[in-house]
Design a protein around this ligand. Structure first.
Ligand SMILES: Nc1ncnc2c1ncn2[C@@H]1O[C@H](COP(=O)(O)OP(=O)(O)OP(=O)(O)O)[C@@H](O)[C@H]1O
Length: 252
């Protein structure tokens, strides 16, 4: 490697343990995960079903708390924040895209995009939002309501909303899960463009190798542990890596 400056992590978990429940029914969803998500990069989290992907994302993003270990957004340790400050941090410094688009049906596209900022009384940058509207290709739909849009278009609104406040990191949980492959491809291209052309940071949970191939790097989880990382992934290489998990997990 020829890197001379250390990359800054937009988000990071260290020695992350998450146990759901207690006693006989306790599930160790994260079992000592340390992973950083570098600023200005698109990172995908992959792994078999139940490997802890969503738990890792939720804990890294302050939607859930770790049993032990630390989660940081930039230099802020989430465990040190009370509920109010955590809510503000999520609002001001993080964007979210979920499988369900979660748009407000009575509001227009334009209003949906700026809703979190409007609620927070944040003005935001008009130029930024204007550029975003072009990147997501929604200029001619700004005054439509979500019901008048296709699923792919609705998710593009959700992507624009996630980036509207110029957050430090956008977390996306299976953002293409409800979309056909063509619309999914558009949304993934969009996330990639936000990172590469607009210097944003994206962390995406997916179980789709084709989706993961849009990332700069894939981190692989298995049984709540970080087991591998892959730079410049291709769908075939990710698929092969996932098959190796299956083979290992299969009864002999
Ligand atoms: N709220 C909860 N209560 C109890 N167990 C949970 C809870 N959420 C997740 N788990 C368990 O923790 C483990 C990890 O779940 P998680 O949803 O993080 O995995 P995942 O890799 O995202 O799975 P999938 O790809 O199926 O969505 C699983 O065994 C799951 O059943």
């Amino acid at each position: 490697m020829t890197t001379t400056t250390a990359t800054r992590d937009a988000a990071r978990v260290t020695d992350a343990v998450k146990v759901y429940g207690s006693g006989d029914t306790a599930v160790r969803a994260l079992d000592g995960v340390s992973v950083g998500f570098p600023a200005g990069r698109f990172t995908a989290i992959m792994g078999p079903s139940g490997s802890g992907k969503s738990t890792l994302m939720h804990c890294a993003a302050g939607l859930d708390t770790l049993t032990s270990g630390t989660a940081r957004i930039g230099g802020t340790e989430l465990g040190s924040l009370d509920d109010r400050r955590l809510t503000l941090l999520r609002r001001d410094r993080i964007g979210f895209v979920f499988q369900a688009f979660n748009l407000v049906p009575t509001l227009t596209v334009a209003e949906n995009i700026t809703l979190p900022m409007d609620l927070a009384g944040i003005k935001g940058s008009r130029d930024w939002i204007d550029a975003l509207v072009d990147v997501v290709g929604l200029r001619d739909r700004l005054h439509h309501r979500p019901a008048e849009l296709s699923g792919g278009q609705q998710q593009r609104v959700a992507v624009a909303r996630a980036f509207a406040g110029q957050p430090e990191v956008v977390f996306a949980d299976e953002p293409t899960g409800n979309l056909d492959s063509r619309s999914g491809e558009e949304v993934l291209n969009l996330l990639g463009r936000a990172v590469r052309q607009m210097d944003r940071t994206v962390v995406m949970v997916t179980h789709d190798p084709v989706a993961a191939a849009h990332a700069d790097e894939v981190v692989f989880l298995a049984d709540g542990r970080l087991v591998d990382r892959m730079e410049s992934p291709t769908a075939d290489r990710v698929l092969d890596r996932m098959k190796a998990f299956d083979a290992k997990g299969a009864p002999s």
